[in-house]
Design a protein around this ligand. Structure first.
Ligand code: NAD
Length: 357
């Protein structure tokens, strides 16, 4: 029986995670699966409780679970703490590292009901359905860093390192994802300038021979960032290294209309972590204004990637599409003619539709 750990965290995390759990419970009822839920503290809430944003007990429960649904962490209350105790640095990054989550997967899908919420023209963005696969534990963010004085000037150095193994494992995951979708993979690098980019391209090209059914193209990162706003529907799966992925996922995400719609999965180790792409939104926390759909869609990714239940995952996505098309809107999505609902109402509507099928 699948064991899901809920980590609501801080701010709106407390309101959106219960709605994702509601959707998973509805899936359990419809598909006769007995999901078990546990809950633990993380981030500022954990710091307030025991002085540690990632308590040992939480880490233990994470490792014992089959998958984790995380809300969001952080907020102004904890910003003045020393860096290692701040929720993001003290909990989120160590959690990803300790669980060996080397791949971050972020779909950007435009729901037809939200076409006017996108900053791009409807004819450019209509039909958008892409996934960015970002390498998450290598590259510039994890390479050796140095700061020193050279010739009387301050100098800072970050090192961009990738080895073949790191590229192969993320590449394989991306090819396999493309195989399950429209069978097109765009590998993004800066091979014209960076040595790491040249290795990246060589390794992905070689790997491509194992996946002849997937059409592989290479694209420089500067061109990719332009293509994402010029013709985003040309992409199916994009695979890229850590820093480029960080930037391109934010760019791709804005195309869909609201940050409250963006799911994400971090996978690679034994336990997957599923969380919305947004933060804890302290400005609207505690008011039932938060859009829970990104977290609910992250739970759909959990069903597919951690529990191999694609049909159940589709039932959540279909329910989300349905409620959006019916005009139900949390305030972030509100347009004239929409029916405004609270966070919990939105969760109820999705769960209801999952059960109806
Ligand atoms: P944010 O994503 O929390 O909020 C940005 C804006 O988007 C706000 O106006 C907010 O109201 C809105 N918003 C975000 N999610 C929404 C939702 N589901 N429904 C409706 N509106 C939504 O980013 P921020 O304000 O820069 O950060 C707030 C805190 O969250 C900070 O402490 C930051 O460090 C933390 N943070 C955490 C994570 C994480 O836990 N993974 C990610 C990003 C930021």
């Amino acid at each position: 029986m699948p064991n899901v750990l809920l980590l609501p965290g801080d701010g709106i995390g407390q309101e959106i995670v219960p709605e994702a759990a509601k959707a998973v419970r509805a899936v359990g009822e419809r598909f006769q699966v007995d999901f078990r839920f546990q809950e633990a503290l993380v981030g500022g809430a954990a710091y307030d409780d025991c002085g540690d944003p990632l308590p040992e007990e939480t880490l233990r429960l994470c490792k014992e679970s089959d998958a984790i649904i995380l809300g969001a962490i952080g907020g102004p209350k904890w910003e003045q703490l020393p860096v290692h105790l701040r929720p993001e640095m003290g909990a989120l990054l160590p959690l990803r590292k300790k669980l060996e989550l080397y791949a971050n997967i972020r779909p950007a899908v435009l729901y037809p009901g939200l076409i006017d919420a996108s900053p791009l023209k409807p004819e450019v963005v209509d039909g958008l359905d892409l996934v960015v696969v970002r390498e998450l534990t290598g590259g510039l963010y994890f390479g050796t860093k140095k700061r020193e004085v050279v010739d009387d000037e301050e100098q800072a150095v970050d090192t961009l390192v990738y080895n073949t193994g790191e590229i192969v494992r993320i590449g394989r995951l991306a090819f396999q994802m493309a195989q399950k979708r429209r069978k097109k993979l765009t590998s993004v690098d800066k091979a014209n300038v960076l040595a790491s980019g040249r290795l990246w391209r060589e390794v992905i090209t070689e790997l491509g021979k194992e996946y002849p059914d997937v059409e592989l193209e290479h694209m420089y990162v500067d061109n990719c960032s332009m293509q994402l706003v010029r013709k985003p529907t040309q992409f199916d799966v994009i695979v890229t290294e850590n820093t480029f992925g960080d930037i391109l996922t934010d760019e791709a995400s804005v195309l869909t209309g609201s940050i409250g719609m963006l799911a994400s999965a971090s996978i690679g180790g034994d336990v997957g972590l599923y969380e919305p792409s947004h933060g804890s939104a302290p400005d609207i926390a505690g008011q039932q204004k938060a859009n829970p759909l990104a977290t609910i869609l992250s739970a759909a990714m959990m069903l597919e990637l951690s529990f191999n239940m694609p049909e159940a995952a589709r039932s959540i996505e279909d329910a989300v599409r349905h409620v959006v098309e019916e005009g139900y809107r949390t305030p972030d999505l509100m347009q004239s003619g929409g029916k405004e609902v609270t966070t919990a109402d939105m969760g109820d509507l999705v769960a209801e539709y999952i059960l109806k099928g």
